[in-house]
Write a protein that binds this ligand. Structure first.
Ligand SMILES: [Zn+2]
Length: 564
């Protein structure tokens, strides 16, 4: 025991596993140098408990188990204050909690499977059946009239609930209920089909199941290692046989950076040693999961950088400081922060490409953030910050502009279609728009950074772009003065149509007509800079944005009356 183990960075899945291993065992226990991490094999004692504890602690507040036990605080409060403040709304909350949380989860399959492991003599399913919502009011009865009777009922149901909560919050309750929770909400994002995720597993205790599948082999292996003649396809260490493949890892999609990969099932012919298998099982601890999406930054220049960026990502997303709450933009905001922090800290990392791996709808998606993309993100920090709280709805889904912009930049796509869509929505007064034309302007600036970054649009300056916007505002004022403001809408639609179809002539026709009606000259910027399509679109959209919107940065809806 106490033997030193050194592991080296390889492909992204293994790297995510390494980050996971460090997260599980604690960074202080590792020596981190160049592309490797070193630790003592003693740390692997009792690894199954450390494995589950990491997931339970990290994702605690998202677990159904936590939803059950966290009501204890409310119970304590009402009892300490003698139910003085208990009102109708509290009664509703209590009943929803009983019905949708406690009763719902206590009878779910994964909870039922955990009961025998916690205490074979207790059956919480009986508690579930006995537990009923309380304080229902008959017609024409009011809460106030029935208050004292209701409180008695609430007190009775509280004593039932306290028993249930104490059971769930016991050491074994946490171990097995929260343990079951993380299997299905977190771990299964990374792997499936073996050990406790094998549907017909013979071992009911998932801790023992993990131990048996991932750890038992390792002890024997470490002792006998030198005798084996086969080699692990990941770390090249000797191994006994080709038994351990990587089929338990969730589908990898197509990773162009992995030379051996084929579109079909390339894991089939890969066999690994027991140590690598253990590391791969830690993959979900290296990813950060939030809002049905997982993210891992394969910043593999150095092990230190890999750990820094991903630990920062996890910390910022799962334990946000201050007012920021977890939402779908969080991983992207944290990612950008991480990248910037790295670049500010040391020039050594500067200009190193970063691979971002996202797990979305059970598929991995890869973006290689080139040096150019990183520079564009850096240059656009201010504009991106303005977009954090913006969104619009389509059918029943809300889309964050921040996330959409980031995704396009990750994929090296320009923002014109997004800019077009947000302008059309604004103009049509679609409901549930949480952005202003001010935010569209930010996207135009980011898009200009993007186009410049890839060597386009060198013929126009930022000044000219903001002038186009300013001219749009003036243009609208002139129509207002002539009491012809309602024409603005129709003109905007025609201009947007010309921009969408890339029709320079149509755009100029509309513009010239309007200018002659207003008896003003068409600004020179529109005449000489319309050569390239991107210049045309940038100036055109900027002009329309100025025409239809205010410059306010608020994301409150209906703040501005568009196109009246
Ligand atoms: Zn290996």
């Amino acid at each position: 025991m106490g033997e030193k183990i050194t592991l080296h960075l390889t492909d992204w899945q293994y790297n995510a596993g390494l980050v996971g291993l460090v997260n599980i065992l604690g960074r202080d226990n590792f020596l981190i140098k160049d592309q490797s991490i070193t630790f003592s094999s003693e740390l692997l004692v009792d690894f199954q408990n450390k494995y589950f504890n990491f997931f339970i602690d990290t994702y605690k507040k998202t677990l159904s188990w936590y939803k059950i036990i966290s009501y204890q605080e409310r119970i304590d409060y009402f009892e300490e204050t003698n139910f003085e403040t208990f009102n109708e709304k509290d009664l509703d909350t209590l009943n929803t909690y009983i019905k949708d949380t406690v009763k719902y989860y206590l009878k779910s399959a994964s909870y039922k499977a955990a009961y025998p492991l916690i205490d074979a003599t207790v059956n919480p399913q009986i508690w579930e059946k006995e537990l009923k919502t309380v304080g229902s009011l008959k017609k024409r009865e009011t809460f106030e009239e029935k208050r004292s009777e209701i409180i008695l009922e609430v007190q009775a149901v509280f004593s039932q609930l306290k028993k249930i909560i104490a059971y769930c919050n016991s050491d074994l309750g946490r171990k097995y209920l929260a343990g079951k929770n993380v299997i299905y909400t977190v771990i299964r994002n990374g792997w499936d089909g073996v050990s406790f995720l094998f549907r017909q597993t013979k071992i009911p205790d998932m801790y023992l199941d993990y131990q048996s599948y991932f750890l038992s082999e390792l002890t024997e292996y470490t002792a006998e290692k030198e005798k084996y003649k086969h080699h692990c396809s990941n770390c090249n260490q000797p191994m006994k046989n080709y038994k351990n493949d990587l089929n338990f890892l969730n589908q990898t999609g197509f990773d162009a950076n992995r030379k051996t990969s084929h579109v079909w099932n390339f894991n089939n012919d890969i066999a690994v040693c027991p140590m690598c298998k253990l590391v791969y099982s830690c993959l979900p601890a290296g990813f950060t999961y939030a809002y049905q999406e997982g993210m891992f930054i394969n910043a593999n220049t150095e092990a230190k950088m890999l750990l820094d960026t991903n630990q920062l990502l996890q910390r910022n997303v799962l334990n946000p400081v201050g007012e920021s709450t977890l939402n779908e933009t969080s991983p992207y905001v944290a990612l950008l922060q991480g990248i910037q922090e790295q670049q500010n800290k040391s020039t050594k990392y500067e200009l190193a490409e970063i691979q971002v791996v996202r797990y979305e709808k059970e598929t991995y998606r890869f973006s290689l953030l080139s040096k150019t993309t990183l520079r564009i993100l850096n240059d656009s920090k201010k504009q991106l910050d303005f977009l954090i709280k913006t969104s619009f709805r389509e059918v029943n889904t809300s889309f964050s502009l921040y996330k959409l912009v980031m995704q396009r930049l990750f994929n090296n796509e320009n923002l014109f279609t997004l800019i077009h869509k947000t302008l059309v929505y604004k103009l049509s007064n679609v409901s549930d728009l949480y952005y202003q034309s001010f935010h569209i302007d930010q996207m135009l600036v980011i898009n200009t950074h993007f186009l410049r970054g890839i060597g386009r649009m060198e013929n126009i300056s930022t000044k000219q772009v903001s002038y186009a916007r300013y001219f749009g505002e003036q243009f609208k004022e002139l129509y207002k003065k002539r009491s012809n403001e309602r024409k603005i809408n129709g003109i905007s639609y025609r201009l947007l149509n010309a921009l969408k179809t890339n029709n320079h002539d149509l755009f100029m026709d509309v513009l010239l007509n309007c200018c002659s009606y207003l008896a003003i000259e068409v600004p020179a910027v529109f005449l000489k800079s319309f050569e390239g399509d991107e210049e045309f679109k940038t100036l055109g959209y900027s002009f329309v944005s100025g025409m239809i919107g205010s410059t306010s940065a608020t994301t409150e809806k209906n703040e501005e009356n568009v196109g009246e």
